[in-house]
Design a protein around this ligand. Structure first.
Ligand SMILES: [Zn+2]
Length: 304
């Protein structure tokens, strides 16, 4: 673990020169592993500092500040704005410390994965991420979606095909059909479509690092209370199983991650996603996950 220092001329101002540990300046201090800190660690530190009434010397986690490599300083300088935006997406770190009170009930409904689909998927990943492996290791993110339709059977049938059909805007980027780990029906029933150690095709740039939750619904059929509860339990159980998960986002928010280490897309391919899966739904989901994290912390099960 290396400590870093970074100075800012004002609370929300432009980053200024590096602080040498003696000058009077505003300092952010924290701990990172190597030159690419986990986003959650970085954001947790910054949030803590920005939330404090007095922005002076701040030492987080009882570590004294120390000097930092120029490379890391440069990295922090360039990612500060990004981090400020991304902090909205970070899940409470205590969520990883305990499984949900109630394990979500999951119905197994694997989508067919014949050799042709495997090889098309490999081709897609090679072209878009530079890595053809179809295994998902250490996921960092959960992407929540809505299907845009109100019909479970139609959605499942759509995912079962090997090749994309009737979606020319997506087919240009690759012929393998879209895929997703989970679907949540309007009554809250959760279907597992593929194992969570396999890579799906569901969000540009995020597939290499993200798990996918589709929800049956759309702008004319906002997601239900039952879906909210199932997403909450499912996410809690996924974060407890994969402590590397830092972020929960809506598909509509994926472009905020461009130019971060979480985003992996080598081509200029992007797709527009307006409101997926609905602002109110996302706000409620985040609030519930945050409150759950706070409860775990209050119970002394997490020493954040
Ligand atoms: Zn989507």
């Amino acid at each position: 673990m290396a400590a870093f220092l970074f100075s800012f001329s004002a609370l929300a101002g432009e980053p200024s020169e590096l602080c040498d540990g003696t000058a009077k300046c505003h300092v952010l201090a924290g701990t990172v592993t190597g030159d690419q800190p986990r986003l959650a660690d970085l954001v947790a530190d910054i949030v803590m500092i920005l939330d404090s009434p007095e922005l002076k010397w701040v030492h987080t986690r009882d570590r004294p500040p120390a000097t930092v490599s120029l490379k890391l300083a440069e990295f922090l300088r360039t990612c500060f704005d990004k981090v400020m935006k991304l902090k909205n997406f970070v899940v409470h770190q205590c969520l990883a410390a305990a499984p949900p009170d109630e394990e979500p009930k999951i119905v197994e409904h694997p989508i067919p994965w014949p050799p042709e689909r495997e090889s098309l998927m490999r081709e897609y990943l090679q072209k878009h991420t530079g890595d053809g492996s179809t295994y998902l290791k250490n996921p960092t993110t959960i992407v929540t979606h809505w299907t845009g339709t109100n019909n479970l059977d139609e959605t499942i049938k759509g995912f079962e095909r090997t090749r994309l059909e009737g979606r020319p805007e997506l087919a240009a980027a690759g012929l393998v059909n879209v895929s997703c780990h989970f679907i949540v029906d309007r009554d809250g029933t959760i279907y597992r479509m593929m194992p969570d150690d396999r890579t799906g095709r569901h969000a540009v740039g995020m597939n290499r690092n993200a798990l996918c939750i589709e929800n049956i619904g759309g702008p004319t059929h906002p997601l239900t209370k039952e879906q909210l509860r199932s997403n909450e339990l499912l996410i809690e159980s996924l974060v407890a199983r994969h402590p590397t998960i830092d972020n929960v986002i809506g598909h509509s928010e994926y472009r905020n991650f461009e130019n971060t280490y979480i985003f992996s897309e080598r081509t200029g391919y992007r797709s527009d996603r307006d409101a997926e899966p609905g602002r109110a739904f996302l706000a409620q989901l985040r609030l519930r996950l945050f409150e759950r994290g706070e409860r775990i912390k209050a119970a002394g099960r997490c020493n954040l």
